[in-house]
Ligand binder design. Structure first.
Ligand SMILES: [Zn+2]
Length: 345
């Protein structure tokens, strides 16, 4: 079968690899019908050290059909349509029961070194019963892009909103206009936010943010962005900030635009060991939360809104490629030509 392999920064190849197969009795093999390239895939694309020989199998978001199941798999069978969240989890440990599957004691992440990746024709999914979400819908092409976002970006945007304590009447700001930030706009609106300010500057993304419910656009950066958000919020800043980038500057901006007593939900993968903004966060009693989103826990909640057409997060996909064009998809996202690339293997 064919799969996407990254060997080092900037070097993504499509290669023939051994077919995905059942190894553990709790495994399933999923034939990928749609996968995508994630903003977080751009971090290794820009800076990964070389992994000679094996490389790193890429991709952690997928929707597909179960091809085979191990002897201990109970909740699905060959032919079922499933969403594959970016983390695998057993569904039975204390953290899974608490709805934090990304901390599962047996769990882990797809598309990291040594693990399977979803930008491929198929992949082995460990702990299939806990990991995969079986969809009781047919192959409805129009809905598939939005359903695919439940494997990561929509659930991640929702997690940012939940940890930032978004609720009815709240003033909300979103730092970052990538696919997760845009899904954060959807999540904030869905949870009843009164004002939704997005910090971003790319025309195509801003247009989509407005369509999703953003009420204000702030294209400035740094201190000017902080000043602008304060102007838009009666001088105090916002109740809730969704940090969807992960850089030092974006995190500092996020903390600086939170009003006293506010909260920051961060889902951008942090690129630094230390967190900036410690003093303003302290003196303003700003809560900082967030982390890898337990998207498996959120599918049940978000799914009806997609099935019934209230939200359409699949609009974040603005390019569709086959496997052969995945390397060009990385280039296009890296150069901001594309918001998010969908892969149809
Ligand atoms: Zn678990």
């Amino acid at each position: 079968m064919r799969a996407t392999v990254m060997y080092r920064a900037g070097e993504v190849r499509i290669e023939t690899v051994p077919d995905a197969r059942i190894i553990e009795p709790t495994d399933a093999v999923v034939a990928v019908s749609r996968a995508c390239i994630c903003g977080s895939d751009l971090w290794p694309y820009r800076g990964m050290e070389e992994i000679p020989d094996s490389g790193r199998r890429m991709g952690h978001e997928a929707i597909g059909f179960v091809e085979a199941v191990g002897n201990d798999v109970r909740t699905m069978k060959a032919g079922d349509l499933v969403i594959m969240p970016f983390a695998y989890s057993d569904g039975s440990c204390t953290f899974c029961h608490e709805g934090l599957q990304t901390s599962c004691v047996q769990g882990g992440f797809f598309g990291i070194a040594g693990m399977n990746g979803a930008q491929a024709e198929a992949l082995r999914v460990p702990l299939a019963d806990g990991t995969l979400f079986v969809l009781a819908v047919g192959q409805d092409d129009a809905l598939m892009p939005s359903l695919l976002t439940l494997s990561d970006v929509m659930g991640t945007g929702h997690h940012a909103a939940v940890t930032a304590k978004v609720g009815p009447g709240k003033k909300v700001a979103i730092v970052g206009d990538g696919a997760v930030g845009l899904c954060g706009v959807i999540a904030a609106k869905r949870l009843g936010a009164e004002q939704i300010i997005i910090l971003g500057r790319h025309a195509d993304r801003i247009a989509l943010a407005k369509e999703f419910g953003a009420t204000n656009i702030v294209s400035e950066r740094g201190d000017e962005a902080v000043e602008r958000v304060r102007q838009l919020t009666g001088g105090y800043g916002v109740h809730s900030v969704l940090e969807c980038v992960g850089l030092e500057q974006s995190m500092l901006t996020a903390i600086s635009i939170a009003r006293p007593g506010g909260a920051v939900g961060r889902v951008g993968v942090p690129q630094d060991e230390t967190m900036p903004g410690s003093q303003p966060a302290f003196y303003n009693n700003v809560t900082v939360g967030g982390g890898p989103a337990p998207v498996r826990a959120y599918i049940q909640e978000l799914l009806p809104d997609i099935l019934e057409g209230r939200i359409e997060p699949g609009k974040v996909f603005d390019r569709v490629v086959g496997l052969d064009d995945v390397p060009d998809g990385y280039r296009a996202m890296d150069q901001r030509e594309s918001i998010k690339v969908m892969v149809e293997p």
